[in-house]
Design a protein around this ligand. Structure first.
Ligand SMILES: *[C@@H]1O[C@H](CO)[C@@H](O)[C@H](O)[C@H]1NC(C)=O
Ligand SMILES: *[C@@H]1O[C@H](CO)[C@@H](O)[C@H](O)[C@H]1NC(C)=O
Ligand SMILES: *[C@@H]1O[C@H](CO)[C@@H](O)[C@H](O)[C@H]1NC(C)=O
Length: 239
């Protein structure tokens, strides 16, 4: 049964409502230059034109994956650099967002979203490369990497891309939840929301969703392959 996970989720919602877009890579180190060529910085503007930031990752030259709770009225997505002040940074607008239709902002279930870029900007930048997504045929991961520009140990957001390894919990109890969990002081939070959980085989297994203290939840990508394929088909019916 999933009682433990359901309890966790109730608590998670409380935390995310109060710090939806704040967060941190705690205990991490700077990513090596160009080592994460799929990383995307997502800047969103909410209905009140207030800016917020999330992470994201390129899954095809024209699609960025992020969290559903990063939905904005208007976006800029930027890529091609580790440091946000790098003058080689390129940004693109978003043609259309595809928030998962069953996303629930109270329980944060199905916290996954795809952004279709206005042009194939990423194709023009040699430093950019999409990351492969894990599907159900891939092994269950244990040790993974989380990456982002969220708040670090000093309490401030980082202008440098940071990363840290996390160990996923043995989630026998959580198999009904379409989520992975990690525990521990090291790891991400909301400001890193939307960034990838990259595991042993170099594939993206999860989307950083949210946390409470030392428990972090990730949307489990292999559970969403049908939806992803539907949205990303070459001539999307949803487009
Ligand atoms: C970008 O920054 C680098 C290093 O600071 C500098 O050498 C280069 O001239 C800059 N390029 C542009 C187009 O501003
Ligand atoms: C959450 O979703 C409900 C129903 O779709 C919507 O009415 C509400 O405005 C949403 N709340 C936030 C904070 O987005
Ligand atoms: C961190 O996790 C990545 C992805 O699973 C793995 O390849 C790497 O070996 C890990 N690094 C350490 C120091 O454990």
């Amino acid at each position: 049964m999933c009682i433990y996970c359901n309890l966790v989720l109730v608590v998670l919602v409380v935390a995310l409502n109060s710090q939806a877009h704040a967060g941190r890579i705690i205990g991490g180190h700077e990513s090596a230059e160009h080592s994460r060529p799929y990383m995307v910085y997502v800047k969103g503007y909410d209905v009140n034109d207030e800016p917020f930031t999330c992470g994201g990752f390129l899954v095809r030259e024209d699609f960025v994956m992020t969290a559903a709770h990063c939905k904005a009225k208007f976006y800029y997505v930027c890529f091609g650099m580790n440091r946000l002040d790098d003058n080689r940074t390129k940004c693109s607008s978003v043609k259309k967002d595809f928030q998962h239709k069953d996303y629930n902002n109270k329980t944060l279930t199905n916290d996954i979203m795809l952004l279709k870029l206005s042009n194939r900007a990423a194709k023009k930048i040699k430093r950019m490369k999409p990351i492969a997504m894990a599907d159900k045929a891939d092994n269950s991961p244990k040790m993974c990497l989380v990456i982002g520009w969220g708040i670090t140990d000093n309490g401030k957001t980082s202008s440098k891309l940071m990363e840290v390894n996390v160990t996923l919990t043995d989630d026998e109890m959580c198999t009904e939840e379409k989520a992975f969990y990690s525990k521990g002081k090291k790891g991400p939070a909301g400001g890193d929301s939307g960034g990838p959980l990259v595991c042993e085989n170099g594939k993206a297994y999860g989307v950083i969703s949210g946390n409470l203290e030392d428990l972090t939840k990730y949307t489990k990508i292999p559970e969403y392959m049908d939806w992803i394929k539907e949205v990303m088909q070459p001539k999307s019916a949803l487009d």
